[in-house]
Design a protein around this ligand. Structure first.
Ligand code: B3K
Ligand code: ZN
Length: 903
């Protein structure tokens, strides 16, 4: 447990550090049981801060010696901090030497220095460096690092740290050393070391600027064959950042190292990125198209941090979105540019918005709601959230839309001119964007725009249109509101860019001419809603139009508009904006789902299933047209034909009966499967991929649609008793040439509950039992399978006994426990509350091992107060049971305390 930090920290309490640390010279004698760390720093008082003792952060360290300018000194230990009062007078630098030891092999939190499969790794963001040595563990203290690593040569042939390798050699007793020097100043959260038995794929490149660089991807021996895609993604990222933003690699050597024990996806340590194996290792036999795409985007994300995060970093952790929101925006743009065609770009945009809506909107409406720049936190690790990352990226995207693509590039340039080498704030970023584009709507409404950083909650925009045939005028009124969130009862208006167009009833696009404008303009434009309401008068509109609003999801808001079904069908069939075409399909499906959920005449059968028909013929026909459409991309079809998730449907409701939501969605799927059976069979046949495997957007889209078709055909077979399609799925499962097709076939069998699922699962395990990432899929698929009479929870409990299950490995814990608690609502929200009991047991068990991961799991019941009875009471009791534990980490305590406070 963390010492001495159980209270909230407030943004407004920020004060500059009392001391600066200019240089850090670290010597590590690496040993799993007891690693010795000698830390020599050059320190000086900050002349701009009031005189005060030096307080260095530390956690789980054994302190052996403190020397100031080579001589012993008095010190105190207070709440985990090392306090030095008798320091040399004046502003001259002094040398501070601290000698500590720590125990990497016992570090199950995976923060600080830890051991994973005999290899040493570090994770310092946000506050892990203090678990390595005493330090000013805050991002605004930037220092030059020199690192000497010493270790047993046989156990750790590879010794890595940030920057350049300047010296290496042998030592007595089978040990050896390596000295690394980082040419760039950095905050300590970007420090890293790796030591162990690793091999590297290497690539020499010459940058656009003509500089040579060595790129390396380090993995365990045996995994080298799975590193090609990561290396290609890294090279593509480097080229992209140079081409799009003029940002070059500033290091001679850039390293990526993979580890199978990692709390999150990856970490952008300067020049030495450390990655979860999940985002490095891929081969067509073991990784799906989605895995390939994730690797590309995470490699890009970490690489882009080299400028947005590392060269310019955060003043304090409240500014986390300064680097995360901006870097997510950059990785999203990178993936879109890599995808190529306008349609593939739209697919990526839809996928990103889906994440925002299914994860961030609920967060923004729940007990953990916080602004993109939070005002307080207890445990910073709890604030690496979808709000900071994904909503933060939307806030950057809106700035991009308000200043334009070129204007955004100008703003980035100014941001780096002003702040390179500094630790700055979200305000500094928005100011640079506005100053570089003084005539833009961003500059004009900057103060209002910045409410996106300070106010939590998802704004609602209501759109109402009225057409007057006599004057050929269409009046569109937009009004905004935002619900209260914890600590923020009232909100002021947001600055909301709304990209829009008008369609004639036949689907053709109408030129836009606002009252007062001389001539008709473009077919699409962005208006800015910056007060409570805005009324737009369009003239020369020949007939009642269908408005296409918030094109490309131009702002992270909930748009309310009373479309008729016919209007939605028009948008689905004709909108020039691919995002809004998809959006129309989602609105249609949501409407059907919410009506069916509320329809008390729709009763459930013995197994909780709904047997009556729910889908209107018009919806089925529209889906058929999309599926059969000759001009639409397969990937886009797959997105349209996938129903909104249970989580997203639940968000539309005031009171949620999770079993009802599940039953309705399943019934809709079943009906869509049966009604389009011939079309699904056609789609399956049409999208068989014959050529060599390539993970590009177009072929991945074909596999995705074929996979959905197969799943629907197996589902239809379940109802009809047909054995042909399950047989075909089993055959495909056996002979598939790549993991995407194989896993889709396996999932189709498991989801339809066909008897062939069991032999297929057994065979899958047999084939891949030595590949941890594939075994994660095997656990996740079972934990996420549809509940039949309450069978999933006993299965999950049984799988916990599997010899390959371990709660200590975050990937494995996520694959089984999170897949059940967070991603399988129909199975988790049991009438008998056994799912919640299971959740509370695992949260407490995990908390003793790894509080960061436990706190993520603790979030599974965030939305408990929306649940209908009996779930609501049962969920609250389960949370209260966790909260009653006296020895909880700050991480879990903050999450459950906030959950209970929200009634
Ligand atoms: N910056 C890291 C996340 C660190 C999380 C610390 N709990 C990865 C990333 O966003 O790139
Ligand atoms: Zn990041």
């Amino acid at each position: 447990m963390k010492e001495g930090q159980a209270t909230a920290i407030h943004r407004l309490d920020y004060a500059p550090p009392a001391y600066w640390i200019d240089t850090v010279d670290l010597t590590f004698d690496l040993d799993p049981a007891k690693t010795r760390v000698l830390n020599k720093m050059r320190v000086r008082r900050n002349p701009d801060a009031p005189a005060q003792p030096l307080r260095l952060d530390g956690e789980e360290l054994n302190l052996a010696r403190v020397l100031v300018n080579g001589a012993g000194t008095s010190f105190k230990l207070e709440g985990g901090q090392l306090v030095l009062e008798n320091l040399p007078e004046g502003d001259a630098p002094f040398e501070l030497e601290i000698f500590t030891t720590c125990a990497p092999a016992k570090n199950t939190q995976l923060s600080g220095l830890y051991v994973s499969g005999d290899t040493f790794f570090t994770q310092c963001e946000a506050e892990g460096f203090r678990r390595i040595t005493y330090f000013l563990d805050r991002p605004d203290v930037m220092a030059s690092y020199s690192v000497l690593l010493r270790a047993d040569k046989a156990a750790c042939p590879v010794l890595l740290s940030n920057g350049n390798l300047v010296e290496q050699g042998a030592l007595p007793e089978g040990r050896h050393f390596a000295r690394w020097q980082d040419p760039h100043k950095k905050p300590c959260y970007l420090f890293a070391l790796v030591a162990g038995k690793l091999v590297a794929r290497e690539q020499q490149i010459i940058s656009r600027a003509g500089q040579p660089h060595l790129l390396q991807v380090y993995v365990r021996p045996g995994d080298l064959g799975k590193t090609e895609h990561a290396m290609n993604s890294l090279m593509a990222s480097i080229a992209w950042d140079e081409a799009r933003f003029g940002l070059s690699l500033d290091l001679e050597r850039f390293m990526i190292v993979a580890t199978s024990d990692f709390n999150m996806g990856a970490m952008e340590n300067k020049g030495l990125n450390i990655f979860n194996t999940k985002y490095v290792l891929a081969s067509e036999a073991t990784a799906t198209d989605a895995d390939f795409a994730h690797i590309e985007s995470v490699v890009g994300h970490e690489y882009f941090h080299n400028w947005t995060g590392n060269r310019v970093t955060c003043r304090d952790w409240f500014q986390l979105s300064l680097k995360e929101g901006l870097t997510v925006f950059r990785d999203q743009e990178f993936s879109q540019d890599m995808a190529g065609s306008p349609s593939a770009r739209a697919v990526k945009r839809i996928e990103d918005v889906r994440v925002l809506r299914t994860a961030q909107f609920p967060e923004d409406a729940g007990p953990m709601a916080h602004p993109v720049r939070p005002d307080s936190y207890v445990e910073i690790n709890n604030f690496y959230t979808v709000t900071i990352y994904e909503k933060g990226a939307e806030v950057v995207r809106m700035q991009h839309n308000l200043v334009g693509r070129k204007g955004f590039a100008r703003g980035m340039k100014l941001y780096f001119e002003r702040h390179d080498g500094q630790a700055v704030t979200c305000d500094d970023f928005a100011q640079a964007m506005a100053d570089a584009n003084p005539a833009s709507p961003l500059a004009l409404h900057l103060d209002g725009f910045k409410r996106w950083y300070s106010q939590a909650g998802t704004p609602r925009v209501r759109a109402e249109g009225a057409y007057d045939a006599a004057t050929q005028r269409y009046t569109l009124t937009l009004t905004q509101s935002c619900p209260a969130t914890p600590g923020q009862p009232d909100k002021r208006p947001f600055v909301i860019p709304v990209e829009l167009g008008l369609l004639a009833q036949d689907g053709s696009a109408l030129p836009l001419q606002l009252e007062g404008e001389a001539a008709p303009g473009t077919l699409s434009r962005t208006v800015v809603l910056q007060e409570a309401g805005l009324t737009l008068s369009f003239v020369n509109v020949p007939s009642a139009p269908v408005p296409s609003l918030l094109r490309g999801f131009s702002a992270p808001v909930i748009l309310e508009c009373d479309y008729s079904d016919a209007e939605l069908l028009t948008l689905l069939a004709h909108d020039s904006d691919a995002f809004n075409r998809w959006e129309a399909s989602q609105r249609l499906a949501l409407r059907i789902a919410t009506q069916a959920i509320a329809d008390s005449a729709l009763s459930t059968g013995a197994e909780g299933q709904i047997d009556s028909k729910i889908l209107p013929a018009s919806y089925i026909e529209a889906m058929r047209s999309v599926l059969r459409h000759p001009g639409l991309d397969a990937a886009f079809k797959e997105l349209v034909l996938t129903l909104p998730s249970e989580t997203y449907i639940a968000e539309q409701l005031d009171v949620v009966d999770p079993q009802r939501v599940h039953a309705v969605r399943e019934a809709m799927r079943q009906e869509l499967a049966a009604a389009l059976q011939a079309d699904w069979a056609w789609a399956w046949e049409q999208h068989q991929h014959t050529g060599a495997y390539r993970p590009d957007a177009a072929s991945a889209g074909r596999r995705a649609l074929a996979g959905l078709a197969l799943a629907m055909l197996c589902l239809a077979a379940r109802a009809s008793g047909d054995t042909v399609w399950p047989g075909k799925a089993y055959q495909r499962f056996k002979d598939a040439g790549n993991m995407t097709d194989r896993f889709n076939a396996l999932s189709a069998l498991v989801a339809s509950g066909h008897a062939l699922a069991q032999p297929a699962l057994a065979r899958f395990h047999q084939l891949f039992k030595d590949d941890a990432l594939v075994i994660d899929k095997w656990f996740a698929l079972q934990a996420g399978s549809p509940d039949r009479g309450g069978n999933v929870l006993p299965l999950v409990r049984q799988l916990m006994q599997h010899p390959q299950f371990s709660l200590k490995n975050p990937n494995r814990a996520r694959s089984l426990i999170f897949s059940y608690c967070n991603a399988n609502p129909g199975a988790f929200h049991r009438q008998d509350a056994a799912g919640y009991v299971f959740w509370s047991e695992r949260v407490m068990e995990l908390d003793a091992i790894n509080p960061q991961v436990a706190a993520r799991l603790a979030r599974a019941l965030d939305r408990w107060s929306k649940l209908a009875e009996p779930w609501r009471t049962a969920a609250r009791e389960a949370i209260a049971r966790v909260a009653a534990r006296p020895d909880l980490s700050n991480d879990v305590r903050e999450v459950v305390t906030r959950a209970l406070a929200n009634v």
